[in-house]
Design a binder for this molecule. Structure first.
Ligand SMILES: [Zn+2]
Length: 153
C-alpha cells in the first residue's frame, strides 16, 4: 500500500483489527520513509450474481435454492450432507471466480449435473430429469444409456 504522503510503497502494518462485525479489517500503517501513519480498510468484495432464468427474468443467486435442489435429488441416497455442501461451495466459488455479473440458470444447472455425476448416478438422473424437463421416457432412457456407457468404460 502506497503512502498517501510521500508515495513511498514500503509501508508497514502496525495494527490491524476487524471491524464491521468481522466483515472488514482496519489496518494502521506506518510509512517507513516519512514516518507518517495512515489507515486502510480491507473489505470482502460482495459479488452479487444475477441468474437469468429461462424466461429471461433475473433473480439474485440463491445458494439455498441450489442446496435444496441437490438435497432433493440425493434423497435416500448414500450422499453425505458434507458432500452436498461441498458441491454447492464449488459452484458458488466457480461463479464468483468467473467475475460475471449475470449467468444463465441453465449454466448453473449444467454445473450441478456435472458435480452430481461424479457423486451419485441416481441423484444425477433425478436432478437431470427435473432440470431438463424430460418430456418423455425416451429422453430419460437416453440419459440413462449415456450413464451406463460411461460406466462400462
Ligand atoms: Zn510516506
Amino acid at each position: 500500500m502506497r503512502c498517501p504522503y510521500c508515495e513511498n510503497i514500503d509501508t508497514k502494518v502496525v495494527d490491524s483489527r476487524p471491524t464491521d462485525e468481522g466483515k472488514a479489517i482496519r489496518r494502521r500503517r506506518l510509512c517507513e520513509e516519512c514516518g507518517k501513519r495512515f489507515t486502510t480498510y480491507e473489505k470482502l468484495e460482495e459479488n452479487i450474481i444475477m441468474v437469468i432464468k429461462k424466461n429471461g427474468q433475473r433473480e439474485s443467486f440463491d445458494r439455498n435454492k441450489i442446496l435444496n435442489g441437490i438435497v432433493k435429488a440425493c434423497e435416500k441416497r448414500p450422499v453425505p450432507m458434507a458432500t452436498i455442501e461441498g458441491i454447492v461451495d464449488n459452484i458458488e466459488r466457480g461463479l464468483n471466480n468467473m467475475m460475471e455479473k449475470e449467468v444463465e440458470s441453465t449454466f448453473i444447472g449444467e454445473l450441478i449435473m456435472d458435480e452430481l455425476k461424479k457423486v451419485d448416478d441416481v441423484a444425477y438422473v433425478r436432478f437431470a430429469s427435473v432440470y431438463r424437463e424430460f418430456k418423455d421416457a425416451d429422453t430419460f432412457i437416453k440419459e440413462l444409456e449415456k450413464l451406463l456407457k460411461r460406466d462400462a468404460k
